[in-house]
Design a protein around this ligand. Structure first.
Ligand SMILES: *Cc1c(COP(=O)(O)O)cnc(C)c1O
Ligand code: SF4
Length: 449
């Protein structure tokens, strides 16, 4: 495969493509009416947004329908279960009004496990005065997640994304919180927190002016426990102009500098799913700009069927990231929500892909950890597949746990070629996993297996 390295040096403005206008694209008009209708069916249930950079520079339109960037951003028929697809398809053919479409869409969405890993119930923090902070999550001791109300969208949407209920207006709370002050108060009350992770949607969708308000509030509070600000973002991949030519790009880079000059580490957690996303001149220049502020870029991605289930691609991608000055960080197993059935890769295959990629790269890329499941009890790594006294088992360990003491204790599950998630695994050599009793006592949630 070759990807043209277009020189696209003007300063484009963001043009979004959604259900409302995707048929205007000449590249889409080249597809059959059947294909266009399929996209409409799926796009009415799952979030759909692409943009001019993705369409013109990342997708290879000569490689449809297999092009990974196309599958990553444009809805595909297989992303809905056949019965759900049929339901929406029939609805659309009967001249429905908007309300009917929305009601069928929500009915289907509720069957797609919109809040995996106990996200809603278990992780909402509370201030000492009793205020619930719906715009935050605090699951692991050192790190709290912060969802600014202005970052509930992204420059484009990934078709696999587990945050999809936020984009389709399903979450009444939208995890959103207006004020940075509550964040500061929470950090004062929780001196164990060292890292604040800005997330969303994509926080880099925010105007620099708004983002800088949050950052200034944090810096001005002079919190002795705050060591690192992280930004979880796909902007380098979907809209590198945020750091090059947008009207607030310079201001944004200055905000980054302000963080690092104040002695706080700025960890830019960049989401890259495929080598193609690292191929344009714009992304390379944007990486340089971000790094020149003193920020470090760490990279992460889930492993996804139809997009990146290829060890050679991962090896090349990690090597390219190291070359560009980025630090490979996580390979995730895709979550049990939304279109998981389309993207799923078994744990056995995920471990094999990880190992086959990892063994091909230099030690500098071996900062990466994976494949890791962000499950309800914690982040669980599939460390390997081994035979112990003739029994084939998965060797697992927590990278993060609801109880920090669970971390780094190897434990074993019976090998299961088809298992795709922790709750499908059965303990090997014992009745229960070592953390199960405590987990159930702490949270009143049973592990099912
Ligand atoms: C992954 C994750 C973090 C960060 O974990 P690290 O291993 O420190 O990168 C924090 N909170 C939640 C809820 C997470 O899923
Ligand atoms: S950029 Fe991140 S939050 Fe936005 S759709 Fe993709 S994975 Fe989800």
């Amino acid at each position: 495969m070759t990807y043209q390295e277009t020189v696209w040096d003007e300063s484009p403005s963001l043009k979004s493509y959604t259900l409302a206008n995707f048929r205007d694209l000449p590249q889409i008009q080249n597809l059959s009416e059947q294909k266009q209708f399929e996209m409409e069916v799926v796009g009415n249930v799952l979030p759909f947004k692409a943009n001019n950079y993705v369409v013109e520079q990342l997708i290879d339109w000569n490689n449809i329908p297999n092009d990974p960037m196309y599958v990553l951003t444009f809805p595909q028929k297989g992303m809905l279960q056949p019965e759900h697809f049929e339901k929406m398809s029939t609805t659309l053919k009967n001249n429905p009004d908007k309300k009917e479409i929305a009601s069928i869409a929500n009915e289907i969405r509720l069957q797609l496990n919109p809040h995996p890993a106990g996200q809603m119930e278990l992780n909402i923090p509370t201030l000492k005065d009793g205020t619930k902070l719906y715009g935050m999550q605090h699951k692991y001791k050192e790190t709290c997640l912060f969802f600014p109300s202005q970052s509930q969208t992204c420059h484009a949407y990934c078709t696999f994304c587990f945050r999809w209920p936020q984009f389709v207006g399903m979450d009444e709370m939208k995890f959103a919180m207006k004020e940075g002050e509550q964040l500061v108060q929470y950090l004062i009350e929780h001196p164990e927190i060292t890292d604040v992770l800005f997330t969303g949607g994509d926080p880099m969708i925010m105007k620099a002016k708004i983002f800088s308000k949050y950052i200034e509030t944090l810096i001005d509070a002079k919190l002795p426990n705050l060591k690192t600000i992280r930004i979880g973002t796909k902007s380098l991949s979907y809209w590198p102009y945020k750091f090059l030519t947008d009207d607030d790009s310079e201001l944004m880079l200055n905000v980054f500098k302000k963080v690092t000059k104040n002695g706080i580490h700025l960890a830019f957690m960049a989401h890259f799913n495929h080598l193609i996303e690292l191929s344009t001149n714009s992304v390379k220049r944007a990486i340089q700009e971000v790094r020149s502020t003193g920020a470090e870029i760490r990279t992460q991605s889930p492993l996804l069927a139809h997009i990146n289930d290829d060890a050679n691609m991962w090896a090349k991608m990690w090597t390219k990231q190291v070359q560009l000055g980025c630090i490979p960080y996580y390979m995730f197993v895709v979550r049990d929500t939304g279109a998981q059935h389309y993207f799923e890769v078994s744990l056995a295959k995920a471990q094999e892909i990880f190992r086959n990629a990892y063994k091909k790269i230099s030690g500098l890329g071996r900062t990466v950890k994976g494949p890791s499941m962000s499950a309800t009890p914690g982040k669980v790594l599939v460390d390997g597949i081994v035979s112990i006294h003739g029994e084939k088992v998965f060797s697992l360990r927590f990278l993060q746990g609801r109880n920090p003491d669970w971390v780094e204790k190897p434990f074993f599950a019976k090998y299961d070629e088809n298992a795709i998630w922790l709750d499908e695994l059965k303990p090997a050599f014992e009745e229960k996993f070592f953390f199960e009793d405590e987990f159930e006592k702490l949270y009143g949630v049973k592990m099912s297996h």
